[in-house]
Design a protein around this ligand. Structure first.
Ligand SMILES: [Zn+2]
Length: 438
């Protein structure tokens, strides 16, 4: 793989999966891990613990000495590839914190169910489709949860946390909060000011080492020798310490990566060849609908019980709807076209099952994935390809006319596509094949 990557993607950095490296370590040097030995802990420290190359080299030499493994073949070959796994080298690479291949391993495990030797192409798609749907369902569920709940602030008075709680996804926000907590352990050891920038040397209580932070006050650019932002896309506690010294209370926009925000999926997306990827229009409409419902739900919760405010909101919504209809009429006159608006209740929207709001009760058990539910209920894939989904809206009805019960059709089905084609020949990019012969 390393050779292929060099040839096809010469600018790509090839890293090794740290989980697999550990497994190989256990396989080759398992004898050193018995009787309370600290070999595995020391090996892990070499992998993750040292940010500086000199520190890593010292620790590695000590490891070889302590366990007398200078001549071990696996140790020698692993060391020769140190640039692909040691933290001090990997901090030069934009890894987003991914040092193992567990994410793809999880997909591999799912795919193995579809890739048995006795599975023909029709069966393959029937098995493959629920896997894809399950992934999409998980995405929708995460998106729903991210919009529905605001994460808990560990320091409720922090302006930066308040700002980022609304922007970051819950997982990334928690990672940022970890850095914000560590900020309290940071101390300024040295400070040197030049014309255009300030250099800080930061150390930390109970942590070895020191970190240099460069800050350019005129455009709030900051960089740290730990390179947390350059590798993870999240600003480190050392940089936050310097921001605090300069009263920077809001995280500057250049340090908020879109990929970590709730808006990560909005906008134009390009594939590897630079072609624009077209959004699924039905999914886009679903996301807009969900987002609007969430906003309206917040307004309703805020004003419910206050008669004046409820009347005001009703009046504003009535006016807004009137304006929308007027604009539509104007456009229709301009284009002279008949363009019947599609009522919301008729929109085909793939929605996650299982997300059902019940007034006054909290969900106590984990929402089962669609695959799990199907396994449990023993239902055939019919329910997956044509899900009937009930969306329970807020009990308070509004004037905007959103219906509380909808039926949805899956927008795309590999199985359906194949079955539709199975009456005639299917072209798979090669010679035409009869559907029943596949
Ligand atoms: Zn740092």
């Amino acid at each position: 793989m390393a050779k292929a990557l060099q040839e096809v993607l010469p600018d790509t950095c090839h890293g090794l999966c740290t989980w697999h490296l550990m497994q190989n370590g256990i396989k080759h040097l398992g004898n050193l891990m018995k009787h309370g030995s600290h070999f595995l802990r020391d090996l892990k420290a070499c992998m993750y613990g040292y940010e500086e190359e000199t520190e890593f080299e010292t620790a590695w030499s000590q490891l070889l000495l302590d366990y007398n493994i200078h001549e071990n073949t696996w140790i020698k070959s692993t060391y020769s590839l140190k640039e692909k796994w040691a933290a001090c080298y990997m901090k030069k690479v934009f890894t987003l914190g991914m040092r193992s291949t567990q994410l793809s391993e999880s997909l591999n495990a799912d795919m193995k169910r579809c890739l048995k030797p006795d599975v023909d192409i029709l069966k393959f798609f029937k098995l493959f489709e629920p896997v894809v749907e399950d992934k999409r369902y998980n995405e929708l569920e995460c998106e729903f949860e991210a919009r529905d709940k605001l994460p808990r602030l560990r320091n409720p008075s922090s302006h930066m946390l308040k700002q980022l709680a609304k922007i970051y996804t819950p997982t990334i926000f928690d990672l940022f909060q970890d850095q914000n907590d560590l900020f309290w352990d940071c101390c300024v050891k040295q400070r040197r000011e030049s014309e255009s920038f300030v250099e800080y040397v930061i150390n930390m209580v109970d942590y070895e080492g020191e970190w240099k932070v460069l800050f350019y006050p005129h455009d709030k650019t900051i960089s740290c020798t730990c390179r947390k932002f350059e590798t993870w896309g999240i600003l480190c506690c050392h940089a936050l310490k310097v921001f605090e010294a300069y009263d920077v209370k809001k995280l500057p926009d250049q340090y908020i990566l879109k990929r970590w925000t709730k808006e990560a999926r909005t906008g134009i997306i390009y594939d590897a060849k630079g072609n624009e990827i077209e959004d699924d229009p039905k999914l886009g409409r679903t996301l807009q609908y969900n987002s609007l419902c969430h906003d309206l739900d917040n307004i309703a919760s805020e004003v419910a019980g206050k008669d004046e405010e409820v009347s005001f909101i009703r009046m504003v919504m009535h006016e807004a709807m009137k304006k929308v209809m007027e604009c539509r009429l104007e456009k229709r006159h301009e284009t002279n076209e008949r363009d019947d608006p599609i009522p919301l209740s008729r929109i085909d929207m793939p929605q996650p099952t299982g997300i059902k709001k019940r007034a006054g009760s909290k969900r106590r058990t984990r929402i089962k994935s669609r695959v799990e539910l199907r396994h449990r209920n023993g239902k055939a894939s019919k329910s997956m390809s044509q899900p009937i989904i009930t969306l329970s809206q807020s009990e308070q009805s509004t004037d905007i006319g959103a219906s509380s019960q909808m039926q949805f059709e899956n927008p795309f089905s590999f199985t359906k596509l194949l079955m539709d084609q199975s009456e005639g020949p299917i072209s798979l990019g090669g010679p035409e094949l009869g559907g029943d012969k596949l």
